[in-house]
Design a protein around this ligand. Structure first.
Ligand code: SAM
Length: 253
């Protein structure tokens, strides 16, 4: 998936939402001082930083398959153990962490249940696995207007709506399939402000994630048509976008 981009590109596109989400998600996951935690799919380090604020850098590790993101998180948090790896093959022995978290990652895994099982493997018995994913299957994800415009012009394009964990209840079902117990689900919402349409549109042209990849593959004429449809769907002038993430957490038996 298209995350071989600079941290700056990521931050101006998705970081706008994932940075404020990270504190809410860390709180909802209940991480607390004295625990050791792993951030899986750390990206530019939004959640890693929140874990460090709560637990201290020596108690936090992070992984991401993207070399540019590993480097960005390592620069942001110099003393944290940051390694290049995917959720499916974590470079840790069994039962190393009290809490293993993944923010906005599960839907990108080729096999989400296998990824969650591997996250559970490195968690201590009685420890917590926790994840959140945007509501891409519903109308309240941060990219909903973009994908609605795409769908109006290209009805067969599913966007991110069919990805695992993106609908109400799906993430919790994946947790149960992965063998986690005492599974609980909830949702978190963040709201961001845009002064203009172009402030909102420009980050879609940076090639980040499935939406950026879709925009990059269009011809100039198709991209102009998509932009025009987005203009029609959004309010004129300044506007806010609220983004809802489904959350699930479960205990390792
Ligand atoms: C939407 S970003 C979220 C990044 C960060 N957690 C945040 O909230 O800002 C998705 C991240 O998942 C990573 N990723 C993609 N596939 C993955 C996998 N199989 N295992 C772990 N991370 C993965 C990407 O490299 C990217 O950094």
């Amino acid at each position: 998936m298209s995350f071989d981009v600079t941290a700056d590109a990521y931050l101006s596109f998705m970081g706008r939402y994932s940075e404020p989400l990270a504190g809410l998600f860390a709180d909802w996951s209940g991480v607390r001082r004295g625990q050791r935690a792993l951030d899986v799919g750390c990206g530019a380090g939004a959640l890693t930083e929140q874990l460090v604020m709560r637990l201290g850098a020596p108690a936090v590790a992070a992984v991401d398959p993207s070399a540019s993101f590993v480097s960005a998180t390592q620069q942001r948090l110099a003393t944290v153990d940051v390694q290049q790896a995917g959720a499916e093959l974590l470079p840790f022995a069994d039962a190393q962490f009290d809490a293993v978290l993944a923010q906005l990652v599960i839907h990108l895994m080729p096999d989400a249940v296998a990824g969650l099982r591997e996250m559970a493997r490195v968690t201590k018995p009685g420890g917590l696995v926790s994840a959140c994913v945007w509501d891409h299957a519903g109308e309240h994800g941060p990219l909903a207007t973009f994908w609605n415009a795409v769908h109006d012009l290209d009805p067969d394009e599913p966007g991110e709506a069919t990805m695992p964990g993106t609908s109400d209840g799906d993430l919790a079902a994946l947790f149960s399939s992965a063998g986690l117990v005492e599974v609980e689900a909830s949702s978190l919402t963040v709201t961001r402000h845009y002064d203009s349409f172009d402030e909102w549109w420009q980050p879609y042209l940076l090639g980040v994630g499935p939406a950026g990849a879709y925009a990059a593959e269009l011809s100039d004429a198709e991209r102009s048509a998509l932009r025009a449809r987005c203009v029609e769907l959004l309010p004129a002038g300044a506007f806010d976008v609220s983004a809802l993430a489904w959350c699930a957490r479960g205990v390792v038996a």
